[in-house]
Design a protein around this ligand. Structure first.
Ligand code: HEC
Ligand code: HEC
Length: 284
């Protein structure tokens, strides 16, 4: 098959954006947290976030809108802090409003929270900065930064309808539960058949999709560098617009193939999981 023309890619991407606005059919919890929150809470919230179009026009609304722009257009608004070609919304799909892709809806009520990777209590701003340093291969924003505060304001605004003490059952990426042993060689075949069109045969991305490995991708310290996390994301969301169409084995193999390629290092990784309990799919 020859390379598709860029006009075709633009048309296809527009179509996909339209398709992907339809709420995905399945919502489940994050294996690491959902069960615990279910047990602790009396009420389950509904996934009923406000639309970014409803951001108020007042001063507070201006801050929320800046937070939204930081998330969907990080390349422009967060330029100084980003070291790759990604936007937050490349993984936190639909501006953090997609319940199958580490949604931001409701999560502000869960912080501060103890995190095993950090080995301490982290605030929401700490957690955002973790993604800046790792997923965005960049650097953390100062705690008094207007841009950082704006992202928090956006996430809090998206969490405004959460009843006190409620669970966030759609939290995180719904984890695949599989005993399949990752096979990167088969993953290469899956990638070439189902992913190359948008992410490129060299993984460096095309106009239809961001890079998935190499110097402009997430670094080795990112959650997405874990095979089960990436596989779960792929299963639920990839190919973009056709979530839940690859088999569990295909998702796991493709994830292991992508994560076996080179990507930026994260020297601070030596401080991770200081008290143990490192997940089995951590790459270091
Ligand atoms: C039709 C185009 C298309 C196809 C095919 C596709 N993707 Fe994607 N992928 C995207 C787009 C677009 C995004 C970013 C989503 C957004 O910004 O809304 C993305 C995001 C991702 C991400 C997270 C962001 C990043 O770049 O690290 C991963 C990982 C990923 N895709 C893997 C895959 C895998 C594996 C396959 C094959 C099973 C696949 N994709 C197939 C378009 C596609
Ligand atoms: C390469 C993909 C990727 C990119 C880009 C990315 N993140 Fe993340 N982020 C993740 C993953 C994966 C998780 C953990 C999800 C899970 O464990 O199920 C996460 C978790 C989070 C959480 C915690 C959510 C919770 O449930 O507690 C926040 C907040 C967050 N990211 C903010 C951001 C912000 C802000 C940006 C942009 C500056 C960003 N992320 C960019 C992949 C990404």
């Amino acid at each position: 098959m020859g390379r598709p023309s860029s006009a075709a890619i633009v048309l296809l991407s527009m179509l996909l954006v339209t398709i992907s606005c339809v709420p995905p059919p399945r919502v489940t919890g994050n294996e690491e947290t959902a069960g615990r929150y279910h047990m602790e809470s009396a009420v389950d919230a509904l996934f009923a976030p406000p639309s970014p179009e409803a951001i108020p026009g007042d001063l507070r609304g201006e801050q929320i809108r800046l937070g939204y722009e930081m998330v969907v257009n990080t390349q422009e608004y967060g330029k100084r802090y980003v070291g790759n070609a990604l936007n937050c919304s490349n993984c936190h799909l639909d501006g953090g409003l997609n319940p199958n892709a580490a949604s931001f809806v409701g999560v502000s009520v869960l912080y501060p929270q103890y995190r095993e990777r950090a080995g301490r209590q982290v605030t929401l701003t700490d957690r955002i900065n973790e993604c800046f340093e790792r997923s965005m291969n960049g650097k953390s924003l100062p705690s008094d930064s207007v841009k950082l505060t704006a992202i928090v304001a956006y996430i809090e605004w998206l969490s405004q309808n959460m009843p006190p003490g409620s669970a966030v059952p759609w939290r995180g990426i719904p984890r695949l539960n599989s005993t399949h042993h990752p096979d990167p060689l088969n993953g290469k075949k899956v990638y070439e058949k189902k992913c190359v069109f948008c992410h490129g045969s060299d993984g460096q991305g095309t106009r239809g999709g961001p890079p998935v490995w190499g110097p402009r991708s997430y670094n080795i310290g990112a959650d997405m560098a874990r095979t089960i996390v990436a596989a779960s994301f792929i299963k639920a969301n990839m190919p973009r617009g056709w979530g839940w169409t690859v088999t569990d084995d295909e998702a796991i193999d493709a994830a292991s193939y992508i994560n076996a390629q080179s990507r930026p290092d994260f020297p601070d990784k030596i401080h991770d999981w200081p008290k143990g309990n490192k997940p089995s799919d951590a790459p270091y």
